[in-house]
Design a protein around this ligand. Sequence first.
Ligand SMILES: Nc1nc2c(c(=O)[nH]1)N[C@H]1C(S)=C(S)[C@@H](COP(=O)(O)OP(=O)(O)OC[C@H]3O[C@@H](n4cnc5c(=O)[nH]c(N)nc54)[C@H](O)[C@@H]3O)O[C@H]1N2
Ligand SMILES: Nc1nc2c(c(=O)[nH]1)N[C@H]1C(S)=C(S)[C@@H](COP(=O)(O)OP(=O)(O)OC[C@H]3O[C@@H](n4cnc5c(=O)[nH]c(N)nc54)[C@H](O)[C@@H]3O)O[C@H]1N2
Ligand SMILES: [Mo]
Length: 745
Amino acid sequence: MCFGCSLNAGVKALVKDGRLLKLEADPEHYLGRGWLCERAKAFIQHLYHEDRLNYPLKRVGERGEGKWERISWEQALDEIAEKLKQFKKKYGAETLASIGGTGRGHQQIVKERFMNLFDSPNSATAGQWCALNCYQIENATYGASSRGKSALKPAACTVIWGQNPEASQACLYRELLRLKREGTKFIVIDPKRSESVNDLATIWVRIRPGTDAALALAWLNVIIEEELYDKAFVDKWCYGFDKLKERVKEYPPSKVAEITWVPEETIRESARLYATSHPASIQWGVKCDMQGVNVTSLDHAKAILRAVTGNLDVAGGDTLMGPCEKANYGPVFEYLDELSPAQRKKQLGADRHGLWCLPGFDMINEAGKEYWWGKGNAAGYMPGCHTTSIFDAILTEKPYPVKALIIGGDNTLVAYPNTMHVYQALKSPNLELSIIVEQWMTPTAMLADYVFPATNWLEMPVMHMHTLQGLGNYVYIGEQAVEPLYERKPDYYVYQGLGKRLGQEKFWKETLEDEFTWCIQPLLDELGYSSAVEFAKEQGWWFPPFVEKRYEQINPRTGKQWGFATPTGKVEICSTILEKLGYDPLPHFQEPPETPISDPELAKEYPLILTSGSRVRGLHHSEHRQIQLTRRIVTCPTCEIHPDTARKYDIKDGDWVYIETKRGRIKQKAWVTEKVHPQIVDIQHAWWFPEKDAEEPTLYGVFESNANVLTPDDDKYMDGPMGSAGFLPYLCKIYPVTDESEIPC
Ligand SMILES: Nc1nc2c(c(=O)[nH]1)N[C@H]1C(S)=C(S)[C@@H](COP(=O)(O)OP(=O)(O)OC[C@H]3O[C@@H](n4cnc5c(=O)[nH]c(N)nc54)[C@H](O)[C@@H]3O)O[C@H]1N2
Ligand SMILES: Nc1nc2c(c(=O)[nH]1)N[C@H]1C(S)=C(S)[C@@H](COP(=O)(O)OP(=O)(O)OC[C@H]3O[C@@H](n4cnc5c(=O)[nH]c(N)nc54)[C@H](O)[C@@H]3O)O[C@H]1N2
Ligand SMILES: [Mo]
């Protein structure tokens, strides 16, 4: 089961005498069906690469100086546990915070368990910038996530919204191409003529970056005005439709055409195509979760679109998943109940971003507790603290100091907005202890005090994070292919090792395999397997039978119709949870804070619109820069510029250019292409250069081409309820790099 991204395609590993010889697609696996992407195949180089971290390291010089001493796991765990014990007594448990990245397996949830048992509410994750926004808002709206597997029946119309699956979901993309051939119509909403626009779009909605919430509201305007909605479903199962009806009057297509750059007729035509096709689905795309101040509104509006058109929980539409009945998932697995009431109140950012933090989570969980078999609702990783509040707390010591930090599976310096802010926090003497669990030395790891070497997915058993966290109703486990090399271990043993030294003995099992077995014990009992490892060998995955329109069925626990796992039992078009938290209960659109419209003065100096982070096939965020096979595909950081714009600024294809915002400047290589709009510059994210000097001031060139040198992280640019970042849109200018010595690679 490949962990190169969170799709987890089926892989066959050929191993001889304990050595991995070959990776190839598993032809029988439902995902990929015999096809494997370039990155997956390259994991053989990842496993044996000479730069992998193999032993625990302790810093002996200054942070960033690159002076390390190799120590044993025992010594590292003993020393850290002792320090944490003292910190807890001296400063309080809340002064330990943790950060995680694109969780793909167990690493995030075991860190969260450790934090709960340590009694700190301050666990943060990259999910803050990613899909967890959508999960949480959908949970608030209809009590589950609508990212179910709807492959059971093809959709008549699929909306690809802020997503380019050609690059980001390569092993599924061929399915979409097949559906297209078989008649599914695609609406692709993207400012750029992406590969997915080219290959799939029946209608390309070429939108101005960051204005999608206005488009969604205009779609609702058309659908309601033209009575294209499902009246029976709305009457029986929706709460607050009348208020929505009033709200969408503020968003007529004529007005929204001006906001979004999408012609009025295209708005109407696309809304009609979506609403009159049955079944229809709206895919998740991360660029909807990155639109700063509009994230909650946009994700809420998309959820409402699914509901009012009658596409919720129907085959081929957007099926609702919920967590896995046969698993001890999420809140149970991470012992959330052990976090004490007094400590819960101290969560960083909860006062400002209530839906993301514990207050919102508690309301969602309360509404879903009985519904989901008494085990509650989960949006994975949740409830997290607000991520950037950690850096503020380190630097300002307000509302209290953060003294210790554990980072696991995350390259914070490149992935999180406002690199300089992250850098200052990680370097700050206020931060007395800094730990990272990593597979490689990275710019972020260079600033840690202790580094633990982590295995990759070939060296450990792997369980899909959806199963573990309660994000999905299925079970999905992959076998270990080889023994861990050197002294690498799965992340589990860091948290278990610390936990055992800090009085958490009874909550940790002997091995990671035992934890997996416990997690899916109810399923194993039913199927007659003795362990998760046996299940992985014999079967690998399990899906519950698909029940269409669960809300109409009778719930055997209550004898009544299931309805939805929300406070009203209905789809909350007007969200009682948002209202209670003091936010607008209905979606709205706000002009993003840094555009030619909201800041015309700044636009005089920075006339172009910046977007960042479109996925590319050869790379996964900041990973794989060391690996020959993948680095050959994407050799250096690249930005996309329209030919007219290139001409205007005297830039030729292949030239290195500066991209500058009011916060800083970076360099990338220009790809002059008509894919992008003349007013937009689209840059790659997460760049650093393992081939460069590790030590400061170079720090692997982390400030040279990294998109997040250009992005801010203060609340002005963030979503209210969720605190999600705006990775777009910003104002920028571009100009050629003239000094050759400035070119980074
Ligand atoms: N190869 C590869 N695959 C990956 C990853 C990777 O790094 N590399 N990362 C994984 C992760 S964690 C994630 S979150 C997913 C994300 O993958 P996707 O959901 O596919 O998202 P992106 O590739 O970020 O962006 C997709 C499209 O959004 C468009 N876009 C930019 N701004 C806007 C806007 O304002 N509105 C709209 N409607 N569209 C806009 C871009 O032009 C781009 O074509 O990919 C996953 N898969
Ligand atoms: N400007 C801009 N910024 C973005 C985005 C964007 O589109 N634009 N996208 C955002 C999104 S959606 C996301 S999800 C984040 C991704 O942010 P990150 O998750 O920080 O990105 P990765 O580069 O995947 O970093 C993962 C790190 O974990 C390590 N790793 C991998 N597997 C394991 C493991 O099993 N254990 C441990 N301990 N370590 C492991 C890798 O070596 C790597 O250094 O970036 C966000 N940042
Ligand atoms: Mo992501």
